[in-house]
Design a protein around this ligand. Structure first.
Ligand SMILES: [Zn+2]
Length: 348
């Protein structure tokens, strides 16, 4: 009797599995909310610039509240240089990040539904990267595609010059592709670190005298509670990679210029990107653990949960594991200048 009933039980089970698979397949893996908004910055940007194939689109306008402040067109191709230069920096920085081992945001699970990175030039201060993808259903020039969004001022003085703001905002999209956790103490300083890929030099405000925290209390006051704890990250960068590395850029990037002929990459120096990319890989895995633990949908945590201080101790462990597995270059220095790393690694 047992033998006779088993195949039936299996087929019922199989049918159940298949039926539930069909239900799963009917849903998109990642969603892309549709907005029907018809006013404000995005709908008012009537012009579109894109270089085919890279998925980046720059939207702008020549008139009204959000008009480009400088509309110079040195190369006379009908596209203001400001717009071209924004696209050039975004594209070059993104390719360089890919080259040193950061996963492209459009290749992340979170943004699997997105096909484009949209940059909006408007009357705003500085720049902002959005972590939610979206479709502008009521804005015809957007073409109904799912895109991730960056907004940038339409009037940054002396752009591009030595600016790296577009590279900075682009790195935020990479971060969001890796992790739902969005705490300023690691999001901002590591974007600042990454954007140095196109800048002269490799670190911001390195203060070699400021040692790494050795206790959780110290970590709380000097890092977790800070918006821009640059010294902490600069010290880590220096410990992980005491001397700068050279990035072996393909010729296409090494020689890439803005419209006025100035080079996009100001030097070929980088530092500690092996560690930084591993940190984000580990954070990506940690996300799944957090989702599971609290029953939050993988890519839909709610902004309060993304910014929550409850993640701080967990992220510290991720940093510690990334340091240990990456290994410090030339760590055994005779003068033991980095003796604070041992205490930092054992802190919990
Ligand atoms: Zn930022």
């Amino acid at each position: 009797m047992i033998f006779k009933s088993t195949p039936k039980a299996i087929s019922i089970l199989l049918f159940g599995v298949l039926a539930s698979l069909e239900v799963v397949n009917a849903q998109p893996i990642t969603s892309c909310p549709v907005s029907q908004i018809t006013t404000g910055l995005v709908p008012s940007l009537t012009e579109k610039y894109e270089v085919s194939g890279n998925g980046i689109r720059v939207f702008y306008t020549l008139a009204g509240e959000h008009a480009l402040v400088i509309q110079t067109d040195l190369n006379g191709n009908g596209v203001p240089d400001y717009v071209e230069n924004v696209e050039k920096q975004a594209d070059a920085a993104r390719k360089a990040y890919n080259l040193v081992g950061f996963r492209d945001p459009l290749e992340s699970g979170r943004y699997r539904a997105a096909t484009h990175i949209d940059i909006n030039l408007g009357n705003i201060a500085g720049g902002a990267a959005y972590s939610e993808p979206g479709i502008w259903g009521a804005v015809p020039q957007r073409g109904g595609v799912c895109a991730i969004r960056i907004d940038l001022s339409s009037g940054i003085a002396n752009y591009p010059g030595t600016w790296s703001i577009m590279a900075h905002e682009m790195f935020h999209l990479f971060q969001y592709g890796y992790s739902m956790m969005k705490r300023s103490w690691f999001i901002e300083p590591t974007a600042n670190w990454a954007e140095r890929i196109i800048r002269t030099g490799t670190m911001n405000h390195p203060d070699p005298t400021q040692k790494l925290p050795q206790t959780m209390e110290e970590m709380q006051t000097t890092v977790f509670s800070q918006t821009y704890p640059y010294n902490f990250w600069s010290r880590l960068a220096k410990i992980m990679d005491p001397a700068e590395d050279s990035i072996d850029l393909p010729e296409e990037l090494r020689n890439a210029t803005y419209v006025d002929g100035s080079l996009i990459f100001k030097d070929d120096k980088i530092r500690g990107f092996g560690f930084l990319s591993r940190f984000y890989q580990y954070l990506d895995a940690e996300d799944a653990v957090v989702s599971q633990l609290y029953g939050w949908p993988e890519y839909d945590w709610g902004s309060g949960n993304q910014n929550h201080a409850m993640h701080d101790a967990r992220v510290l462990k991720v940093i510690q594991r990334a340091i240990s597995s990456t290994g410090m270059k030339n760590h055994q220095q005779p003068d033991q200048v980095y003796d604070d790393i041992e205490g930092f690694l054992t802190m919990n």
